[in-house]
Ligand binder design. Sequence first.
Ligand SMILES: [Ca+2]
Ligand SMILES: [Ca+2]
Length: 478
Amino acid sequence: MGPNHIVHATESAYDAHLDYVAIQTWMEGNLRGNLGFTKIGDYEDYKLVIVDTNGGEHACEVQENNGSSDVSFHCPDYSTANSKYLRINALVGQGSPVPTNAATRIDVFGRFSGIVLSDDDPDANSLDLTVRFNTNDETDVSLYRIDVPGVLGYGSNSFVETKEGDDPYIVHFGKLATHPGDRVIFYAYDRDGYRFSDYEAAGIIDVMTNQKNWISYNASCDTDSQNCMPVEPYGEFAGHEDAAVASEDDGTGNVKAFVRWVLPFTMEIFPVAYDIYYADSNKEIIRGEARVNLQYLTGEFRHPLSQAPGAAEYVAVVPILRMNGNYFTLYHADPFYVPLSATATPDFIISVEGMVPLADGSYGYVPKGMTAGKLLSRFNVVDGASKQVLDKNGEPLDTDATVETGAKLVLSKDGVTRTITLRFVYEAMGKSGGDPVTITDIALFIIQQLNSTDPKDLTGDGKFDSEDTRLLLKELAE
Ligand SMILES: [Ca+2]
Ligand SMILES: [Ca+2]
């Protein structure tokens, strides 16, 4: 929570200030939570009410926890369609209610969209934070508040007035200290200055590409800041066996490498952040990538990776854990390692017609006399990717030129290139490029396939049949 408050200009002898509201159950006919408030003026009793959109009041039950300023509440008349405010009424004189300014909007806000947090500081535990967001509907909104962590540990926030137009809101916070678990919280205020209790939270991604070895976890907590979270060793933490690196569309048509797994949440202990590194074949750290603080504790974790260093063979990941009910201690588990498989290089291919993908990443089988154009037409690639056939000397082939032994297919996009080895029909038959194929070779090959439990498909349809036979016959010397 930041230090700022909205102060109302209206003045009353009987008022109250709402210190915090935390809603735990937000359902039709059942609004429950806790709030803290400070009385302003000389009155003893108060009432907590829901104010509906017509100004009608509906009493809530209140249970006092620590003195009169910290209470649990339950409002049975909550209606998602009609409830507008949760408000404290001061009871004065013979119990006449006086509305105070201690009120919060309790209709669901849910209108933030397109939230993007970017960190331009490559050091770990340090941000140069820019926050971008959009909202879908701001007809009854006057102001947004964005709470961010750690200016010298004490947090910071920024108020942004609503504006016309569809451009995103952009707020640059500059240098901030950051700790595991940090999030940015988005609030909105209505046109009367009351805050919507509903908010949006986004996990901060602390870019740490300058980090050359493991983070020193104790050192991340050597300040006296109130947001500092001690980080203790935990040991092995199971639950990331499904972790993988895969090439996927990033949602804008670009294929990128993503690291992903299903979050291993339990009621006792769960990750709140992951520290991601690149490691070499000996599992030595080459450099850090980012600390990704979680927005959601369950579901799938998915994070786009930057270009891997040349020697990288693993993504190394340190889970940062929190035990339920203990908010002041965090744990760092032993790292786990996700291999950067061949698919970490984007494959660019959407589908292939009439070709067989082989285990070594090559494709077969190019028949004698096939043109480069015909071969290229068989590969359906992602938007923006270029494709080209190179001859054995690396020279590009015109589309009407014949694909010969040693030719390769090259796919590229955004400076990333994938070279695909091509297999020829004669290779499937066990012949080498120079040897002429005879009718006897073809007959023997066909007999072998017919007697095999695993006949060789040459055309990409998964079976060996007359179509494959026709392809073989094209190999005959003229
Ligand atoms: Ca950083
Ligand atoms: Ca076939």
